[in-house]
Design a protein around this ligand. Sequence first.
Ligand SMILES: Cc1ncc(COP(=O)(O)O)c(C=O)c1O
Length: 388
Amino acid sequence: MIDTIAPAARVRALPTNFFGALDAAVAAARTRGVDVIDVSKGNPDLPTPAHVVRAMQKAAAAPGNHSYPAYGTRPALADAIALRYREDHGVDLDPQSQIAAFHGSHEGLMAAVLGLADPGATVVVPDPGYPAYASAAALAGARLHLLPLDPERAHQPDWSALAALTDAAAVLLNYPHNPTGATATSMTFERTVTEAERLGAAFIHDFAYSSLGFERRPLSALTVDIDRTVEVSTLSKTYNMAGWRIGYAAGSAEIIGIMRGFQAHAFSTIFGATQDAAAAALAGDQSAADALVDLYRRRRDLVVDGLRARGWDVSPADGTFFVWVASGGVDDTVLARRLLEERGVAVAPGSGFGDRGRGYIRLALVHPLDRLAELVERLGAPAGGRLP
Ligand SMILES: Cc1ncc(COP(=O)(O)O)c(C=O)c1O
């Protein structure tokens, strides 16, 4: 142990890695021989479509991809992202100035927050919300201001929480919403832009579940504003490419320019073959992506209907592949621990997503239907807070 080596303040400020802690608990149970049904993380269980894998194989074999890639985003990939926005959302983007690729939307979110927020600045984040927003704000030395999303408002923001705030660097939202599965209304995005204008803030919309809407295609925030709004999205969920680490941001040219500047210094460049394969996924046949939405819909129906029939209080899940369930009066971390120990089911305790997640657990629909049917059986009935 070298006592002169210490983490920097920005590392000390980081919250515990929520998903890392979940993984460790699941691994420990499996070591004890437990047959764990792990629904604690949003890690897609199905393979990437074959034509995208073939595009990657071809691109990986091309010597042109073996040297350092150029900075920025390959034109073919930027064009493919623009094509998806045009066809899926009716939004026209300039591929050169309004689009940038990243190693996953996680990195896009980091580039947005670290590119925009000075130490001491305010970053508005949803509560409950994806834990990486707090990590990004901690790395920036920024202050978090929580925007409550309550079930009484269908998990749309309670804007009164911003009444006393006079300025902010960024307002972050995420619809379809991890962890609740709620989808946005256009009124939500209109009000966000109005509030962002008032605060002098950028609007960063995390659109990681851009394809996963069960009633209709999820609404892009860029249909409402493109001047102070950037949308961050990913191929991880739409094309089962979570391991490939490729995502993108689109919207305000000014903000995209800032994010690219940060990216070049912090993250360098992206493997050319990954960019080529991502272009093939986005520009090619979308039938696998459409079929995936149908599959998640069937999984959602099985789990939501099954749990409701057993007496669990389940939030409407209009998008994402998550199901948000009230923990029935039991502390959510206690319930999660007991479900793992007594039922061999790993869930994410809602409090990992913020204070307003307390009293809930999140289930990810990342198993085949028969395994999810077993999950429902194992969960049984809430039984007044006691496991049956
Ligand atoms: C809301 C949300 N944003 C961002 C991400 C990061 O995804 P990726 O970095 O794979 O694009 C996830 C992953 O689960 C997510 O749920």
